[in-house]
Ligand binder design. Structure first.
Ligand code: AMP
Length: 289
């Protein structure tokens, strides 16, 4: 596996792949890799001639300086895991390499209304930062396909909008959420939980799952209230937002028959660690009930 640290080296590597007519699959990550990331990487390896992963903790998408400072960094281990997973090259740039003029917004991306709700509301500037780094990676790595996890459900919709408004030709591939055996969505931030917080964290998915069954005999408003009340009653947990939305627009619904695909998206503070998750309410599937 080639370890690439500079933009010039990446551009040269990609040019060589293109000369050989190799298809490129890109997996952008912020490192501290776990099985969720690896599921994306394995798919990229399988579906492309050349799989490239990037590991970069992008400062412009953090609106909370403490969150950026505390974000886990395990570069050596990440490189080892990626090599084992069959990735052809890993791009591990420094902040200065990506932002020689300083890590700050350079332009305003048109990300549509999907970027204004939920994460967009609670993390101002977050999606602009995501669009900045992802568009940059797309322009440098010129992938045929790029792989993203449904754990960040809203992020996928926003990236699709960015790709359209920027006129970038790339197939966005969404991959299912990987969970621990106890149901907790795998996340690099799980490493920051205390033992007690970790033991309570599976409640998030347990409550979401139970609420799908509850939703069959209750209104959207009742289901919403139930989820928030149950999770807020868990020690150290506080729901930041929970929205039941049309999966295509990400706007809230009031009735279960209002949209073909309805998703519940949640962010919960577990102590000071911010965890996100989501679940499909409609159409009902055997997996969700
Ligand atoms: P991150 O390193 O958190 O920026 O995540 C990099 C990519 O991995 C994003 O597309 C995430 O959605 C995806 N990802 C993170 N956690 C999971 C998970 N538990 N299951 C599937 N994909 C995930």
């Amino acid at each position: 596996m080639q370890i690439i640290r500079s933009v010039d080296e990446l551009v040269g590597y990609v040019a060589m792949q293109k000369n050989h007519h190799h298809s490129i699959g890109l997996v952008p990550t912020m490192g501290a890799l776990h099985a969720g990331h690896i599921s994306l990487v394995e798919r990229a390896v399988k579906e492309n001639d050349t799989a490239i992963a990037s590991v970069f903790v992008n400062p412009t998408q953090f609106n909370n300086p403490d969150d950026l400072k505390n974000y886990p960094r395990t570069e050596e281990e990440d490189i080892r895991i990626l090599a084992q997973a069959g990735v052809a090259a890993v791009f591990v740039p420094s902040v200065e390499e990506i932002y020689p003029d300083g890590a700050k917004p350079e332009k305003v991306y048109d990300l549509g209304t999907a970027a204004e709700v939920m994460e967009g509301k609670f993390r101002p500037g977050h999606f602009q930062g995501v669009a900045q780094i992802v568009s940059r990676l797309f322009l440098l790595a010129r992938p045929d396909r790029a792989y993203f996890g449904e754990k960040d459900f809203q992020q996928i919709a926003v990236i699709r909008n960015m790709v359209k408004s920027e006129g970038i030709e790339v197939e966005i591939v969404d991959c299912p959420i990987c969970r621990d055996v106890d149901g907790l969505a795998l996340s690099s931030r799980n490493a920051l939980l205390t033992e007690e917080q970790r033991s309570r964290a599976p409640e998030i998915y347990a409550v979401l799952r139970a609420s799908v069954e509850y939703s069959m005999s209750h209104t959207v408003a009742e289901t919403h209230a139930k989820v928030v009340a149950l999770l807020d009653s868990v020690p150290e947990m506080r729901v930041e937002y929970f929205e039941i939305v049309d999966a295509s627009t990400l706007l809230p619904v009031e009735q279960w028959d209002e949209a073909e695909r309805i998703q519940g998206c949640i962010t919960v503070y577990n102590g000071s660690v911010r965890l996100i998750d989501n679940i499909r309410y409609r159409p009902l599937s055997s997996e969700s009930v």
